[in-house]
Write a protein of this length. Sequence first.
Length: 100
Amino acid sequence: MTTTADLRATVGSYWTAADLRDWDTFAATLADDVLYDLPQTRERIRGKERYLSSNRDCPGDRRESVERTVADRDGRRVAVRRCSRSTIGSCAPSTFSRST
């Protein structure tokens, strides 16, 4: 069973690895069948390798930091407020869910 602490640690590792461009650690946080939807462009990325490539190949110098992480008691859902900065700094909320 996934605990709240486990989920928070995984999310922390994910964003730290993204910020450091540590793609091996980043990949280790992903499920093989990851699905990423971008509602603003209606793009859908399926699978670990495609999602990893989309992040690794993203142009620019993007920096990521987590401002707040909240996880449910069952270790199934977590909400993250993160700040993503590139040329123009902006903060964006992100929500992740995990099925057990």
